[in-house]
Design a protein around this ligand. Sequence first.
Ligand code: FES
Length: 143
Amino acid sequence: MDGLYGDLVMDHYRNPRNRSPISDADIEAEEFNPFCGDRATLQLKLDGRGNICGVSAQAEGCSIIQAATSMLCDQLQGKSLDEVAEIGERYRLALRNGAEGESELGDLRALQVVRQYPVRIKCALLPLTALEEGIKAYREKTG
Ligand code: FES
């Protein structure tokens, strides 16, 4: 994986952001890839208005899942859950069609390089799946 985007992926892989666990998280989710055993675990803390005020992200496994987990969680601070859903949709589209002009995706744009390796798209989507499942469970719990 070469170039600026490849460098960004390796930077998040080697120096993942937001690793510290949250002891009183409102949203917790884990997603597991049964084919390789890799997993992404996310925790979110919400403030009184329902915006994200704390993020924790842990991933075990390949460089792509680790970088994707770090990059995704980097985009969540201060966002509402509806804004998170929009980021998720844009990210999914970027993995399919490319991310030109998607500045609000931040470093996540770099993962469009995974389009060259279609079998790795699942690695890049695993943290998003965890996030979506966690938000769904939270909404069901809190109504
Ligand atoms: Fe397992 Fe990438 S090879 S998530």
